[in-house]
Design a protein around this ligand. Structure first.
Ligand SMILES: [Ca+2]
Length: 225
């Protein structure tokens, strides 16, 4: 069992799912700073396109006794970049949430959020406020466990891991999204695939969708803004 799962069980007991689509360190920071509770669905993603991941919590009472009374607020927290998080007001009614997933459904380069609500239709939160540069990386075959690290010109590193089944009855966008903030390029992009191969690309321009094939480099498509 991974250290994070063990720590989670010690804190909240077994039987609760935690979902994430970012680095473990970002989730640990969110758990510590936000006070995540049992049963919370957690997404940690670069929604704001800054280099710091945002945290989204979706929840709903278990067991369900009343579809309206058991709904709970969707909570969004902005990463302050110093280990702390600040809650952002979300103009959304409480939801009896279960699965949640982040994906760039309209291919404009920012992540949007889909939430599965018991007794209701799918809820889609379209991201219309994201500012800053971004980079989308697709790996041919979408191999779970692949890890992509972006080194920014100022030396900061952003790491994404490709996961399958990343939330309850849900799965994230298989493309990896990097919010770059003011950075207009990535100094180095390091791709580690599950088979052990490592590929490095240098000076990758921002605001593109890259598709990478093992050992064959990649093709780039401008856009995502
Ligand atoms: Ca989008």
């Amino acid at each position: 069992m991974r250290a994070l799962e063990r720590a989670w069980e010690e804190r909240f007991g077994s039987g609760h799912a935690v979902s994430m689509n970012s680095a473990t360190s970002a989730l640990n920071a969110a758990v510590a700073a936000v006070g995540v509770g049992p049963g919370d669905e957690v997404i940690v993603s670069p929604y704001t396109m800054s280099a710091s991941a945002t945290c989204v919590l979706v929840n709903g009472a278990i067991p369900v006794t009343d579809l309206d009374e058991d709904a709970e607020p969707v909570r969004v927290f902005r990463n302050l970049g110093d280990g702390g998080f600040e809650e952002i007001a979300v103009p959304l009614r409480p939801l009896l949430g279960r699965g949640s997933a982040a994906a760039d459904y309209d291919n404009d380069g920012d992540l949007d959020v889909a939430i599965l609500e018991l007794g209701g239709p799918l809820v889609l939160l379209e991201n219309r406020g994201a500012r800053g540069n971004r980079l989308t990386v697709a790996l041919e075959g979408s191999p779970p466990g692949a890890e992509v690290t972006a080194v920014l010109p100022d030396g900061r590193t952003l790491r994404r891991t490709l996961q399958a089944g990343s939330s309850y009855l849900s799965s994230e966008d298989p493309r990896l999204h990097f919010g770059l903030g003011a950075a207009e390029s990535v100094a180095e992009l390091v791709v580690r695939r599950p088979g052990g191969s490592v590929e490095r690309l240098r000076d990758v321009a921002a605001n593109r969708r890259l598709t990478l094939e093992p050992g064959r480099g990649g093709r780039s498509q401008a856009g995502g803004r």
